[in-house]
Design a protein around this ligand. Structure first.
Ligand code: PM9
Length: 463
C-alpha cells in the first residue's frame, strides 16, 4: 500500500476557523505580503513548518504530568539524557530550548573569523549562525541534489570529492564538518549510510570532526531502510545508531523528530568542547540539567525520541507527504522529486517561469496560496537565501527557488492533504494571473522572517 492509514486515532480535536477571502486579503496586505506576519487562526491548513507543530501522543502528555521542576537534577533530565545516549550514542548531552541555540553555542565555541563550515546544504539558521561568527558556510551537496528533476534516491548526499578538495585547499580553516539529515534546504532529501561512511573517511583523513544536524534523523533512517541496499531488515533504531556512530556529535531541534513543541540539544564526544559549551549554556540558557526547558518538556522529548523510531509511524508519515506529492505530480505541478520526508517542495521557477528570481516567484506563490485558499506555505528561495556578492555587491540568487509545503507530524488528515492538492492544482491553472514582488523592508540577517513586500504593477499590455 502506497499510503498506510493513520496508525493512531484522534482523542482531542482543535477546531479550525474558515475565514473569507476578503479577510485574508486584509491580513496579508497588513502583513506586507509576509506570511510569517499573518495571524495563525486565519489559516485553514498551516504548512508553514513541521517544526514545533507536532501533535504529541497520550504517552507524551502523560510524561508532561510527570514533570519534575527542580532547578537542578530533575528526573526528567536523566530520562532525556538516557534517551539521547541510547539512540545517538554521544556521552555529553546539553539541552537547549531549540535547535538554533545548539548551533549558536557550538559555533560560538569552536569557530573563529575566517573559518569555513562545509555541509550538504546549510539550513538558514545554521548558515546565519556560522556567518554570525565571521565564518563561511560552504554547501557541498552532490550535483543531483540541486536538480529538482533528478530521481537520485539520496539527493541529500554530500560530495566527498568536493569535501576532500576543500579540506586540502583550506587546511586548518575547517574546525568541523556538518551533515544535515534530512537535507531540508535541498527538498527534505535523505543522506545514505554509504555516503556518511565516505564523508567520515574524508573527515578522518583530514583530522576534522563530523557533526550531524539531526533534526529529521528518523525520517532519514526510514529512507535508508526503504531505499539503501542491505538495510531493509534492520530496525530504525539500529540504523540510527550506526548513522550517529560515524559522527563526533550533533545539533538537534527536537521540534521536528523529537515530536515536541519546543526543545533541542547538543550531544558530542569531545569533553573539552562540551565543558566550554556548558559554561556558555549557564550564561545564556540555564543550568545544565534544564538548558532553557521545563522538566516536563525534557520528559516529552525523551518519550518523543523513542516514539519517532516506530516503523508504522514513519511509514504513515513519509507516506502522507508522498501522497500529497503524488497528487500534485499527477496534475503536472512541478515539484522536487523524489518527494522528501517532511514536505513537498514546489519548483517555483517552473511553476512561474515568467517571474524572474529577482521578483520572488516563490513568495508570489506563497502569497496567492494564502489569499485564495487559506493555506500557509513557506518560500525557500530568493527571499530566504539571495545575498549580495561580498566583492562585487551583485545579488547572487540560489540555484533552487522552492515553495515548501511542510506537513506537521500527526496533525492533518488525508482529506486536508487533498484540499491542499486541489488548491495548488487550481492555482497552477491560474498561474498567469500571479505577479512578481519587490521588497520594501528587510533586516540585515534572516530577512525572510520580517521582510515587507509589495506586488509589482502588471506589465502594460502590448499590442
Ligand atoms: N527548521 C523549518 O521550518 C524552523 C525554522 S524556519 C520556519 O524547517 C534544520 C535542518 C532545520 C531547523 C529549523 C533548524 C533550527 C536547524 N536545522 O527552529 O531553532 O530545519 O529549533 O531549529 C525550521 P530551531
Amino acid at each position: 500500500m502506497r499510503f498506510p492509514a493513520e496508525p493512531f486515532r484522534i482523542k482531542v480535536v482543535e477546531p479550525l476557523r474558515r475565514v473569507s477571502r476578503e479577510e485574508r486579503v486584509r491580513h496579508i496586505t497588513e502583513a506586507g505580503l509576509n506570511i510569517f506576519a499573518v495571524p495563525a487562526d486565519t489559516i485553514y491548513v498551516d504548512l508553514l513548518t513541521d517544526s514545533g507543530t507536532s501533535a504529541m501522543s497520550d504517552n507524551q502528555w502523560a510524561g508532561i504530568m510527570m514533570g519534575d521542576e527542580s532547578y537542578a537534577g530533575s528526573r526528567n533530565f536523566y530520562n532525556f539524557q538516557k534517551a539521547v545516549r541510547d539512540i545517538f550514542g554521544y556521552p555529553f548531552v546539553i539541552p537547549t530550548h531549540q535547535g538554533r541555540v545548539a548551533e549558536n553555542l557550538l559555533f560560538s565555541t569552536v569557530l573563529k573569523k575566517g573559518d569555513i563550515v562545509p555541509n550538504n546544504i546549510h539550513f538558514d539558521t545554521t548558515r546565519a549562525n556560522v556567518q554570525h561568527q565571521g565564518a563561511e558556510a560552504a554547501d557541498l551537496v552532490i550535483d543531483e541534489g540541486l536538480d529538482p528533476s533528478s530521481l537520485h534516491p539520496f539527493k541529500g548526499n554530500l560530495d566527498p570529492a568536493k569535501l576532500d578538495r576543500l579540506l586540502t585547499e583550506k587546511k586548518g580553516r575547517v574546525p568541523l564538518v556538518m551533515l544535515t539529515v534530512t537535507n531540508n534546504s535541498g527538498g527534505g532529501q535523505p543522506v545514505s549510510l554509504a555516503n556518511i561512511r565516505q564523508v567520515r573517511v574524508v573527515c578522518t583523513k583530514h583530522g576534522v570532526p563530523l557533526f550531524f544536524d539531526a533534526c529529521r534523523f528518523a525520517e532519514n533512517c526510514y529512507f535508508i531502510q526503504q531505499r539503501e541496499s542491505g538495510q531493509a531488515n534492520r530496525s530504525i533504531e539500529e540504523i540510527a545508531k550506526e548513522l550517529f556512530s560515524y559522527g563526533d556529535g550533533c545539533t538537534m531541534s527536537a521540534k521536528k523528530d523529537g515530536l515536541v513543541n519546543i526543545g533541542g540539544f547538543l550531544a558530542m564526544k569531545n569533553e573539552e568542547w562540551s565543558k566550554a559549551i556548558t559554561n556558555l549554556l549557564i550564561l545564556i540558557e540555564g543550568f545544565p540539567t534544564y538548558g532553557g526547558l521545563a522538566g516536563r518538556d525534557l520528559e516529552a522529548i525523551a518519550r518523543g525520541l523513542r516514539e519517532v523510531l516506530s516503523e508504522d509511524y514513519l511509514a504513515f508519515r513519509t507516506g502522507q507527504v508522498a501522497h500529497l506529492g503524488d497528487l500534485l505530480d499527477q496534475a503536472g505541478v512541478p515539484i522536487v522529486k523524489p518527494v522528501g520526508g517532511h514536505a513537498v517542495y514546489i519548483d517555483a521557477k517552473r511553476f512561474l517561469p515568467n517571474i524572474p528570481q529577482s521578483q520572488f516567484p516563490g513568495q508570489a506563490l506563497v502569497v496567492a496560496l494564502y489569499r485564495e485558499y487559506g493555506i500557509r506555505a513557506v518560500e525557500v528561495g530568493s527571499l530566504m537565501f539571495a545575498q549580495p556578492d561580498e566583492k562585487t555587491g551583485e545579488m547572487v540568487y540560489p540555484k533552487l527557488e522552492l515553495v515548501r509545503l511542510a506537513v506537521p507530524r500527526r496533525v492533518y488528515t488525508t482529506e486536508h492533504m487533498r484540499y491542499v492538492a486541489e488548491s495548488v492544482i487550481e492555482l497552477f491553472r491560474d498561474r498567469d494571473k500571479l505577479r512578481g514582488l519587490r521588497v520594501t523592508y528587510e533586516a540585515p540577517v534572516l530577512r525572510h522572517f520580517t521582510a515587507r513586500l509589495e506586488e509589482l504593477a502588471p506589465e502594460p499590455a502590448t499590442r
